[in-house]
Design a protein around this ligand. Structure first.
Ligand SMILES: NC(=O)C1=CN([C@@H]2O[C@H](COP(=O)(O)OP(=O)(O)OC[C@H]3O[C@@H](n4cnc5c(N)ncnc54)[C@H](OP(=O)(O)O)[C@@H]3O)[C@@H](O)[C@H]2O)C=CC1
Ligand SMILES: O=C(CO)[C@H](O)[C@H](O)COP(=O)(O)O
Length: 471
């Protein structure tokens, strides 16, 4: 067969099929392949497209691609990616390109990129965000790999990406694992954002006494202001959704236990390794972990009574307090995520352009929000900004809204509601700006039991004290 195809898509599940059709819409001739034949057949039956052609073996797919071959993997992350690379490798030639668009761990991407580079195969780790809808009509795309080879994949990626203010939400991120690292942090922020919205829901429902319909209106109203975002928008929609199998709204019949696939957890682990405070994202991971212990929670509820939720006097004023608190907490969560990126940039020599990264999050991805325009502007004002909360715009917003954050978090604590991300936001803010954080006592304890030494405020050098022996 003549090599007619512009790009191969391996994996035609939710994301691969949507991205392949998006590419096909943009005039690229796509060769599609899925390990299970019936999935390919189903895609072709349900989504026939003149620019999408099915293939039933990797050999045929590779032979049909024009050179240098471009093959995108949209498959389950982890060992499947290594397995498929192993199958493709003997079929490829020097200069051919593999793009891994899944949620791969960035260290795996670094390893794969280095191994394939030795064989002359170009490897890109490409973060893709936006879920099914985004992949189909315009996701946010975070490609990392060999900058010299980037022009060979850029036209396809930019064509299918979402657009914000006319610009594609796709930018070369940096070498080796940089693209997947940024996607990991994107997902960490996504976890914190979702957790903060869920905590706002707990407050509004149990302290504010809002019904599902009222919650839908509250979130819809919030979505018209500074909190406008994909996640707040779909939250309003969730509270409106009728149950198709029983009476009432579906939200009340969903089991109170949240799953996770690992990207948020990776971000938390990396933050600990790097020594960056990512407490809000970690709190969001822990909240999902504890949510899974349904039986334990039910048993503990009987043994460990807590306070009854206090009822807000003025519900509208309370909702406004929660909105402002959510906004302040959201600033802290993004500040943590971007601080992690800043540290990784130096640590791995990636030279990440944080303003450009914020700008490609403005549309297409799950954390897309009006707020990202302000973050982009903050990094344009100061590309070396140490922490987002120090930018003049966000400094003013934190000052305006922190009283509400404290009040909302306090109302949750007094009512026995778990608000791990909001309370972590308060602690982060206070520790970040804290004149005294209590670490002098920790140093004293460390020196007492382990002679670990301490620094003094009044003279140079390390000191050890014979604790408990004097005076
Ligand atoms: N769903 C989402 O919203 C998002 C997902 N992602 C990431 O994109 C990637 C694809 O996600 P999604 O579309 O949800 O699909 P899944 O993560 O559910 O993966 C299913 C696909 O992986 C293939 N696969 C699994 N194991 C192998 C293997 N050993 N060899 C070959 N193919 C294999 C499956 O083939 P088969 O049909 O034969 O089983 C199928 O095509 C994942 O890395 C995911 O984390 C990124 C952003 C958003
Ligand atoms: O990458 C994504 C969105 O950006 C995926 O939807 C991912 O699966 C979300 O993470 P989790 O399943 O852990 O909630």
């Amino acid at each position: 067969m003549q090599a007619l195809f512009d790009i191969g898509m391996v994996g035609l599940s939710v994301m691969g099929r949507s991205l392949a059709l998006n590419m096909a819409d943009h005039g690229f001739r796509v060769a599609g392949y899925n390990r299970s034949r019936e999935v390919t057949e189903q895609v072709m039956r349900e989504h026939p497209h003149e620019n999408l052609t099915p293939f039933y073996s990797l050999q045929e797919l590779v032979a049909a691609l024009r050179r240098p071959r471009r093959i995108m993997l949209m498959i389950q992350a982890g060992s499947p990616v290594d397995a498929v690379i192993g199958q493709l490798e003997p079929l490829l030639e020097e200069g051919d390109i593999i793009l891994d668009g899944g949620n791969s761990f960035f260290e795996d991407t670094r390893r794969r990129q280095a191994a394939l580079e030795k064989k002359g195969i170009v490897y890109f780790g490409v973060g893709v965000s936006g879920g099914e809808e985004g992949a189909r009509h315009g996701p946010s795309i975070m490609p990392g790999g060999d900058e010299q080879a980037y022009p060979l994949v850029r036209p396809v990626l930019e064509a299918v990406a979402a657009r914000a203010a006319g610009e594609p939400c796709c930018a070369y991120i940096g070498p080796d694992g940089a693209g997947h690292y940024v996607k990991m942090v994107h997902n960490g922020i996504e976890y914190a954002d979702m957790q903060l919205i869920a905590e706002s829901y707990l407050l509004l429902r149990h302290v504010g006494g809002f019904s599902n319909r009222e919650l839908a209106d509250v979130f819809a109203r919030w979505n018209e202001g500074e909190l406008r975002s994909f996640l707040v928008g779909i939250t309003a929609g969730v509270f409106r959704e009728r149950d198709d199998l029983a009476e009432g709204e579906l939200i009340d019949r969903i089991v109170d236990s949240a799953a996770q696939k690992g990207t948020g957890r990776w971000a938390s682990i990396e933050a600990l390794r790097q020594g960056v405070d990512l407490s809000m994202i970690t709190a969001a991971c822990n909240a999902r972990i504890l949510s899974n212990r349904l039986e334990e929670r039910a048993a503990a509820a009987k043994l460990l009574p807590g306070p009854e939720p206090a009822r807000a006097g003025d519900r509208e004023a309370f909702a406004e307090q929660v909105r402002e608190g959510l906004y302040a907490a959201k600033i802290a969560a993004y500040a943590q995520g971007f601080a992690l990126l800043r540290d990784a940039s130096g640590r791995y020599g990636w030279d990440l352009r944080l303003g450009e990264i914020a700008s490609i999050f403005r549309a297409g991805c799950i954390i897309q929000a009006a707020f990202l325009d302000d973050i982009t502007a903050a990094y344009r004002r100061d590309p070396g900004l140490e922490n987002l909360m120090l930018d003049e715009f966000f400094r003013a917003r934190v000052a305006d809204n922190q009283r509400s954050l404290r009040a909302a978090a306090g109302a949750g604590i007094a009512s026995g509601l778990p608000l791990p991300a909001m309370t972590a936001a308060v602690s982060y803010l206070d520790a970040f700006r804290g004149a005294h954080v209590g670490a002098n006592l920790i140093q004293a304890q460390r020196d007492w039991f382990g002679a670990h030494t301490f620094l003094r405020t009044d003279r140079e050098g390390s000191f050890h004290h014979e604790w408990g022996k004097g005076l």
